[in-house]
Write a protein that binds this ligand. Structure first.
Ligand code: ISL
Ligand code: CA
Length: 585
């Protein structure tokens, strides 16, 4: 048994696209409450809500104007209290999105900060222009262009790593840290069980010197994973988090393994786990916009590094910033269902806490929009503008943006084939994917062979298997199309074999079939197109020539837990043998 946040499967809700109850076209808190039974049936034990606070929504709530109130689009504080209570009744814990690298420019602090004599001036990062009138340094933001905007009223520039409506807070000011502690206590006292911490590894800007020339986010070396950030995280842990039964997962941008280790090493008492990005970038270069061929062996290499490198992983394949995984690493055409199940197998057989993003459990695909006018994401618009200024032709711009736009994940949840997809009876804030007639929750709920049921079974399998939850991970073999790895605990070994292609593939391995998304009952060393197989067998203690036995000694981090925190593994469980057998693609 591990801590509750290691034992459970988490589910991310993007509230505005989840479930509308009043016909205004925006998902809302009553909508989340109405779907708790469905989430319970899926088997999730943790919900992460993307921001629900008051916000002008320049970046869909990641620009907060009041941390202690709810966006009226979503409901009221009373609705939020009801959500905490109703979730708790179903043994579901709720974590909030803590967005404190920046606020909205409409936050009262920033409004006052614009006055150079205000006590709030120092809450943000203000600097005069260079003598020639240009910005204080050459940093560029995550959404492209300079990271500085001139505020006419106060005569100086302010720093914003994201949109100009998201001014960065100044973490050299201890008052800012106290404000953050108070916000955290406010939500923990109300019922939150922790936080997903937005871009948490860039809080502390060590200097404001010019950055090295880079293609994107110039200046990053001055603020990524600085000692100042580590110190703040330890302080938040000591003064706030340690006083509650809660956990944190940090979103850590451009993080490498060494940095991540420092941020979530249990002994350093900073974060409990981090969201990294390496595994989603095996088919991209430099930035998301330069493609490179996907190879299963590249993906396995990334997982080998992170699974073995960190004590505990936050596992995810989708979130509100990423394209849908079935359109990304899967096949959203003929093999949509089977490849969605393969990706479910991957997510739920790795070591760590899995996070499922809304719609992933039914295999939702990227949007089917035809042009920029259907998009809503500020980042897509900024990128389009930048590319336009570089004279990139419109067709090419659209091709890039269509593939990588964050709006791919933000189209409304497809609940049924009713008009509005069961999401809304009104006009949705962003278009619904036209495939909702055949791809929706309601249809899958009644179909045992559906992606939804596969997720349910995989979650149940994981819940009953200490090996899947806590077993050591080891890479087995991989090539361009196939990857294989093992999870081992005590005398049980599970072998996971994944064929990331539409052609059959050889993949020698032995064991009793625990899972197949293609209906395999007896494994004969060959995977069908997009087949995922999990095999079980007892561990023979010396198996010469097996790479996994050299890749790690016995008992990886499982037994490396500090004493007395209850993370030691218990006896192996007995997942039911044909728990996830599947008939058709
Ligand atoms: O999504 C990205 C690339 O398109 C990332 O650069 C993303 O901006 C980065 O991961 C930070 O994301 C988080 O903070 C942003 C917000 O827009 C994202 O939605 C959030 O997940 C600013 O708060
Ligand atoms: Ca609504």
């Amino acid at each position: 048994m591990g801590a509750w946040w290691q034992d459970r499967v988490a589910y991310q809700i993007y509230p505005r696209s989840f479930q509308d109850t009043n016909g205004d076209g925006f998902g809302d808190l009553p909508g989340i409450i109405a779907r708790l039974d469905d989430l319970q049936a899926l088997g999730v034990g943790i919900l992460w809500l993307s921001p629900v606070y008051r916000s002008p929504d320049a970046d869909n709530g990641y620009d907060i104007s009041d941390y202690r109130d709810i966006n009226p689009k979503f409901g009221t504080l009373e609705d939020m209290d009801r959500l905490f209570a109703e979730a708790a009744r179903r043994d579901i814990r709720v974590i909030m999105d803590l967005v404190v690298n920046h606020t909205s420019d409409e936050h009262a602090w920033f409004q006052q900060s614009r006055d150079p004599h205000s006590p709030y001036r120092d809450y943000y990062i203000w600097r005069p222009a260079k003598p020639d009138g240009s910005p204080p340094n050459n940093w560029t933001g995550f959404f492209m262009g300079s990271a500085w905007t001139l505020d006419e009223a106060s005569g100086e520039y302010y720093l914003h790593l994201f949109d100009k409506k998201q001014p960065d807070l100044n973490y050299h000011n201890p008052k800012v840290i106290e404000e953050v502690k108070a916000i955290m206590r406010f939500w923990l006292d109300r019922g939150a069980s922790g936080f997903r911490c937005d871009v948490i590894n860039v809080l502390y800007k060590a200097t404001l010197d010019d950055g090295e020339k880079r293609l994107a986010v110039q200046g990053v070396e001055h603020y990524k994973s600085q000692p100042g950030t580590h110190a703040i995280l330890r302080e938040l842990r000591r003064d706030v988090l340690d006083h509650y039964d809660c956990f944190t997962v940090g979103e850590t941008v451009m993080v490498n393994l060494a940095e991540a280790k420092e941020l979530c090493d249990p002994e350093r008492r900073e974060l409990d786990m981090v969201f990294y990005f390496d595994h989603l970038e095996v088919d991209r270069r430099v930035s998301r916009f330069v493609p490179k061929r996907f190879r299963a062996d590249r993906l396995l290499k990334v997982y080998a590094k992170w699974q073995q490198g960190l004590f505990w992983n936050a596992l995810y394949l989708e979130n509100h910033d990423q394209p849908r995984i079935v359109s990304h690493y899967g096949d959203d055409g003929v093999w949509r269902e089977r490849s969605a199940k393969l990706l479910a197998t991957l997510l739920l057989t790795l070591r760590g806490t899995p996070f499922i993003y809304q719609g992933q459990e039914i295999g939702m695909t990227n949007f089917d929009f035809q042009g920029m006018d259907e998009l809503r994401d500020v980042e897509s618009f900024n990128i389009d503008r930048l590319l336009q200024s570089k004279r990139v032709p419109r067709r090419l711009r659209w091709r890039w943006i269509r593939k990588s736009s964050r709006d791919n994940a933000r189209t409304p949840m497809q609940w049924s084939d009713a008009p509005g997809a069961g999401f809304t009876t009104g006009k949705p804030w962003i278009g619904i994917n036209g495939n909702y007639h055949r791809l929706n929750y309601e249809t899958q709920r009644g179909d045992e062979t559906s992606v939804l049921h596969f997720y349910r079974r995989m979650i149940a399998l994981r819940a009953g298997s200490e090996t899947l939850k806590y077993g050591a991970f080891a890479p087995l073999f991989a090539n361009r199309r196939v990857m294989a790895y093992t999870r081992t605990l005590n005398d049980e070994r599970l072998t996971v074999l994944l064929n990331f292609s539409g052609t059959p593939a050889r993949a020698p391995a032995e064991g009793e079939v625990v899972v197949s998304n293609a209906g395999t009952a007896t494994y004969a060393g060959r995977l069908a197109p997009w087949e995922a197989v999990v095999l079980r067998r007892p561990v023979r203690h010396t198996e010469p020539g097996e790479p996994q036995d050299q890749a790690h000694g016995p008992a990886l981090p499982v037994n490396a837990a500090p004493e007395g925190d209850g993370r030691q593994a218990a006896a192996p469980a007995q997942p039911s043998a044909k728990a996830t057998g599947e008939g058709k693609p």
